[in-house]
Design a binder for this molecule. Structure first.
Ligand SMILES: *Cc1c(COP(=O)(O)O)cnc(C)c1O
Length: 460
């Protein structure tokens, strides 16, 4: 290992933190389809979106043409607390696998929230503050986004109201306490504190909640309280824009050593880390300069890309949010209760959906026991205890490296290690006790969710 020129960790200098985000949409010929107003089925205007989101974020959401957007100095200063994130050469994993493949991972878990979500949380909180708002509302599933937003809001002195999917609220009490330590107000969802929560509880008594329900509650609170707006941790174009910092740093680190990846792999929940990681690489691909294999990895129990439909759908269960054209399982879809690995959103970023539809990337689904096997193998040789979500990408990186072992190809594989799994020990415990099972939804299960897709007239 010692004669290798490439270090175990490729660090960038603080001054090399990107000064602009890259907006992938600017290089897309087929732009992602616009968000639609569910009442009129017409594209949402900036004015309509401004009732829910901060003004500057609305501009970013609707901007399909500006390739580079300045990162305000205040946000760059915050990034300096935990960035640049290291790009790690997984020498130990390569050796354990006996593969000729070269494996790299971009580690985004080096902050208290434990994931990449802080990259967008600070940006969204910053624009809310700049607009003079009192606070923001949001939902959180596994808890990483809520934690990240709480941290960002504490830093800027904003109020933060989080609706946390009930099953996580109960399974992850320490997540909740981290958020409260950062000053957030955390409510288990569905709750009796909102009209939509009451309605969902009346229809599904005893439900343990879903991201879709929690989104509906958070939006309701934002629009009914002056001085508040709603913020979302994934799916939206603005979030992919902020997360492009992951890919820009990754590319800068690889460029230092003249490394070109063959395969880029990321887990996909709503698509933000993947969209961010691949951004500059996809840009090159879209402009016809380079080619890469890009693979989205999703859970077999929540397979939006691989088994969903590319159609307009609601982003939330209460059907109050704008319609987004995306790969979706239907806004009524709730993954089976035994699903432990996160990535449980029914839809997918409109940008990634369009790119997948146009053949610029691949998608695959993996079962959770094999995901935790990969997590365990990775933890034991690379030292980091990975988040279950991130471990989806680890699974496929290992599988691709093992293919290289068979063929003798020295491919370069880059994957996103989005976070750490310290708050996921209930899932790890199940796995360690041999009590984790795989449930793959049947076609009938999926048909139920898809039957709820709204009918939307064809857009020109
Ligand atoms: C939220 C989260 C994800 C999935 O969200 P995306 O928007 O698809 O990136 C993946 N990994 C971790 C650690 C997360 O917290």
């Amino acid at each position: 290992m010692s004669e290798n020129k490439i270090p175990y960790k490729i660090y960038l200098d603080e001054s090399e933190i990107p000064s602009k985000w890259y907006n992938l949409r600017a290089d897309m010929k087929n732009k992602p389809a616009p968000l639609l107003n569910p009442a009129t089925c017409k594209p949402m205007t900036a004015e309509e979106l401004s009732a829910v989101f901060c003004e500057e974020l609305v501009q970013q959401e609707l901007d399909d043409t500006t390739p580079y957007i300045d990162i305000p100095q205040e946000i760059r200063d915050f990034y300096k607390m935990y960035r640049p994130a290291p790009l790690v050469r997984a020498y130990c994993l390569e050796e354990a696998l006996g593969t000729p493949a070269k494996i790299y991972y971009k580690f985004e878990g080096n902050n208290t929230s434990g994931s990449h979500k802080l990259n967008s949380a600070i940006a969204q909180a910053y624009y809310a503050k700049k607009q003079g708002l009192k606070g923001v509302t949001t939902e959180t599933g596994a808890g990483q986004w809520g934690t990240a937003l709480s941290m960002a809001c504490a830093y800027l002195g904003l109020d933060c109201k989080v609706f946390m999917v009930k099953v996580s609220y109960e399974q992850k009490p320490f997540r909740r306490e981290v958020m409260r330590t950062y000053g957030a107000d955390v409510t288990p969802s569905p709750s009796m504190t909102t009209e939509v929560g009451k309605k969902i509880l009346a229809e599904h008594p005893g439900t343990t909640g879903s991201l879709g329900c929690a989104i509906s509650e958070a939006v309701e609170v934002a629009v009914s309280n002056p001085g508040y707006r709603y913020v979302l941790g994934s799916v939206l174009n603005q979030v992919l824009l902020h997360q492009s910092i992951i890919g820009l740093e990754t590319k800068a680190a690889l460029d230092k050593y003249g490394i070109e990846p063959d395969i880029i792999i990321g887990c996909a929940g709503g698509g933000s880390n993947l969209g961010g990681l691949i951004a500059p690489f996809m840009g090159e691909k879209l402009r016809g300069e380079k080619d890469y294999r890009i693979i989205a990895v999703e859970p077999a129990s929540c397979p939006s890309f691989t088994r969903g439909k590319f159609a307009y759908d609601f982003c939330d269960t209460g059907m109050i949010c704008p319609l987004a054209k995306m790969y979706t399982l239907g806004s009524g879809f709730i993954p089976s209760a035994n699903h432990a690995g996160g990535l449980r959103f029914h839809g997918m970023s409109t940008t990634l959906s369009q790119l997948y539809h146009d053949g610029y990337m691949e998608a695959t689904s993996v079962e959770q026991t094999s995901v935790f096997e990969a997590a365990e193998q990775f933890a034991r040789v690379e030292g980091i205890l990975p988040a279950p979500e991130s471990s989806h990408a680890i699974r496929v990186a290992i599988d691709e490296a093992l293919k290289c072992k068979e063929t003798g190809e020295e491919k370069t594989i880059v994957f996103g290690l989005t976070g750490t799994g310290y708050f996921d020990m209930v899932a790890y415990q199940k796995f360690n006790d041999g009590e984790m099972s795989d449930y793959i939804p049947t076609d009938e299960d999926l048909a139920k969710g898809l039957s709820s897709l709204p009918k939307v007239p064809v857009q020109e």
